[in-house]
Design a protein around this ligand. Structure first.
Ligand SMILES: Nc1ncnc2c1ncn2[C@@H]1O[C@H](COP(=O)(O)OP(=O)(O)OP(=O)(O)O)[C@@H](O)[C@H]1O
Ligand SMILES: [Mg+2]
Length: 337
């Protein structure tokens, strides 16, 4: 079935002004999210995942950041050139968001109920009573016991997992077409993480909203996503359908991430880590930014920015050796490159 993009990001670039001068945190990032699709955005800490999501929503601080894009098409509108008013109307309306830090995203001095009711009333202009009932319905949907009582609680009266459920309820309150979920479960223990992911998947199956799911975990991607966008140091290293990428990773960085994931290797003793760290934004290496950490690097890798090479249907990698990698992945039994 051919699905249409609900979000199309083209040539997104974000710079920050810091003491070291201007740094480029997101550099020419393009990807599509189709209607009803879950797209995983993965990469190590600092790779630009949150900045990408915040830039799309127009939520970065105007004083220290500068966002440009050829286009950011959402549901027929170009967010890259939308007014602040239009963006505000979309946020919490057609686009829901769950942020990385639930503690700081809920207002500590407002009751849960008021935080749920406010966006509903702003976006739908319905009575307080109707919005209250909707709030209770949403809390029930996200699995919060005694929802009517909970409407009167303050965030500190809830556990971390419950607070994140409230965040999900708020994000869903206006039936968004797209949900941006930035590490919605990272701060929670593993059992709660799994429960919340299941909850998100259940709701997605019912509402058919599209989700951009930001995560550190290839395991989460394997479980939830249709497509994956792998980011490294502000750029896209590889993107494509999850099954394609897991069968035939076309970038050494993606391969490295997969080898760090116990659920994927099926053998925790064979787990590896990717040696080295992400480069500083103020001292980015020339050419491929992953080259200093890459076993396969060769002189051409640092000669210039590697182009995105198509290696399958909707599958592309920014590695000049992508073809070799894909071929070796297709070979049986321990074929190493
Ligand atoms: N407001 C800001 N001002 C200056 N630099 C910033 C700002 N926000 C983010 N950055 C820088 O942009 C880069 C990308 O940050 P971002 O928060 O997007 O990473 P991330 O991939 O979301 O990491 P994590 O997995 O830790 O959440 C980092 O180098 C970060 O230091
Ligand atoms: Mg982040």
């Amino acid at each position: 079935m051919q699905r249409n993009p609900i979000l199309r990001v083209e040539g997104l670039r974000t710079t920050f002004t810091s003491d070291d001068g201007e740094v480029v945190a997101v550099d020419d990032v393009s990807f599509d999210v189709n209607e009803g699709e879950i797209v995983g955005l993965i990469g190590e800490s600092g790779s630009g995942k949150s900045v990408t999501a915040l830039a799309v929503m127009g939520l970065l601080p105007k004083t220290t950041s500068h966002v440009t894009a050829e286009r950011i098409m959402f549901d027929g509108r170009d967010l890259a050139h939308a007014s602040e008013r239009e963006l505000r109307r979309l946020r919490g309306g057609s686009i829901g968001m769950i942020f990385q830090e639930p503690m700081s995203s809920l207002n500590p001095v407002l009751k849960i109920g008021d935080q749920l009711i406010e966006p509903i009333r702003i976006h739908e202009r319905i009575s307080y009573r109707a919005a209250f009932d909707r709030g209770v319905e949403l809390l029930t949907k996200v699995g919060i016991p005694s929802p009517v009582q909970r409407m009167n609680d303050y965030p500190h009266q809830l556990s971390g997992g419950m607070r994140q459920r409230v965040m999900i309820a708020i994000a869903l309150s206006c039936s968004p077409k797209l949900l941006l979920a930035d590490e919605p479960t990272t701060a929670l223990d593993v059992t709660i993480q799994a429960q919340l992911l299941d909850l998100l998947l259940e709701i997605q199956a019912e509402t058919k909203m599209a989700i951009v799911l930001i995560t550190h975990s290839m395991g989460v991607i394997a479980e939830c996503a249709d497509k994956v966008v792998v980011m490294y140091s502000g750029r896209i290293a590889e993107q494509g359908p999850v099954t394609e990428i897991f069968d035939r990773p076309g970038h050494p960085y993606t391969k490295g991430l997969m080898q760090c994931t116990p659920e994927l290797t099926g053998n925790s003793r064979r787990l590896t880590t990717i040696p080295g760290t992400l480069p500083s934004l103020s001292a980015l290496p020339p050419g491929c930014r992953f080259a200093p950490r890459c076993d396969l690097a060769q002189p051409d890798c640092v000669a210039g920015r590697p182009p995105m090479i198509a290696i399958g249907k909707e599958h592309a990698s920014a590695c000049i050796r992508a073809d070799e990698l894909v071929v070796s992945a297709a070979q049986p039994e321990g074929a190493e490159v």
